[in-house]
Design a protein around this ligand. Structure first.
Ligand SMILES: NC(=O)c1ccc[n+]([C@@H]2O[C@H](COP(=O)([O-])OP(=O)(O)OC[C@H]3O[C@@H](n4cnc5c(N)ncnc54)[C@H](OP(=O)(O)O)[C@@H]3O)[C@@H](O)[C@H]2O)c1
Length: 315
């Protein structure tokens, strides 16, 4: 892989300057990498608006952050459940009326390794519905505001993109015939990043300048593998989590903060830890497999996503 442009240690928050006056929207910011990203951005004076599904957890997270950074710290939350398109629409409307400027929308929330096939309230398989369709609609609804703000979009992917089917299963998007916790998760993360690269293409073709960046957190010790995962997956993950194969949740936040703040990043690139198996190590540019950039599939996915979310997405 390329030499790391940030030096041997890779990108770290030490590169951040003062972020006063900047506003970052983060989905799923009450826990894991999203919470750690909030912490780091707040520590530099930014405003963070969390788009979370759980009010109680959000208030607890805000209390912790205000305790750490002071009562006047600019951190708030808007309720948004990515498993319900109506909730995404309501949250986007609230953002439009209450947040004057979006420097970056960080699409971080996800569910993973869901053992049994489950559905969102709109009838989508839960991992695709939450991770991809929910964020697709959110980005669509906020795109004009992000553009007006001169802001950017960050899509948090996963190394899983290349561990599943490596294509989009258009004939059975809900995995009714072959549901598999990992393959179905990987499919949702592939859908997210294929959409992100297609969005870059369309922005370029429209001569617009919204930046879209794709990253992954490597393997980070967060609450991602929870009660929805099988017992075996939870046991395996808890053993891995105490090994050097897995890094901290804070380190897992670095790629998304880098993508939200750093100048001169490449589009059509994929950022994350570059060490062992890309699970840990210095944050930089990782290799991206070419099947992700297949525009025929990405175009079809775009149309399917518009139809499923009930809204055209004109860039
Ligand atoms: N950790 C890893 O090793 C790893 C590896 C590869 C990729 N990733 C990616 O990294 C990102 C961050 O995950 P994480 O590891 O930090 O996991 P995490 O600790 O479980 O955090 C995920 C966040 O997403 C939220 N969320 C889940 N479903 C939601 C919904 N329907 N609507 C709104 N928010 C929802 C969660 O809210 P609740 O607290 O209410 O559940 C939580 O705040 C994800 O995109 C994940 O796919 C993580």
């Amino acid at each position: 892989m390329n030499k790391n442009k940030f030096g041997k240690q890779g990108w770290t928050p030490e590169r951040l300057g003062d972020l006063s006056g900047k506003t970052y929207l983060i989905t799923g910011a009450n826990a894991g990498a999203g919470f750690e990203a909030s912490k780091i951005l707040l520590s530099k004076g930014a405003e963070v608006v969390m788009l979370n599904r759980n009010e109680k957890k959000s208030n607890t997270a805000i209390d912790i952050l205000k305790e750490q950074f002071g009562a006047s710290t600019k951190v708030s939350f808007i309720k948004m459940d990515l498993a319900a398109l109506s909730s995404v629409r309501n949250a986007a409307a609230e953002v439009e009326t209450s947040i004057p400027k979006i420097d970056a929308l960080i699409c971080n929330a996800a569910v993973a390794q869901v053992a049994e096939q489950k559905f969102t309230s709109d009838g989508f398989e839960s991992q695709l519905g939450i991770n991809h369709y929910g964020h697709f609609l959110l980005i669509n609804l906020l795109f004009a505001s992000i553009e007006k703000s001169g802001g950017r979009i960050v899509v948090v992917g996963s190394e899983g993109y290349k561990m599943g089917l490596k294509t989009i299963q258009f004939e059975d998007m809900n995995f009714d015939k072959n549901y598999h916790a990992n393959n179905t998760y990987c499919h949702s993360k592939l859908a997210q990043i294929m959409f992100a690269y297609e969005l870059q293409n369309r922005i370029k073709e429209a001569n617009k300048s919204v930046g879209v960046y794709v990253c992954h957190p490597g393997a980070s010790k967060t609450s991602l593998i929870n009660k929805d995962a099988s017992l075996m997956t939870r046991i395996t993950w808890s053993i891995l989590s105490i090994s050097p194969m897995v890094q901290t949740a804070e380190q897992g936040a670095y790629p998304e903060i880098m993508c939200a703040t750093e100048d001169n990043l490449k589009q059509q690139a994929y950022y994350g830890p570059t060490g062992r198996m890309n699970w840990v190590g210095p944050v930089g540019e990782c290799e991206l497999e070419s099947f992700v950039l297949d525009r025929e599939i990405a175009t079809k996915l775009w149309t399917v996503s518009e139809n499923q979310t009930g809204r055209k997405f004109e860039v």
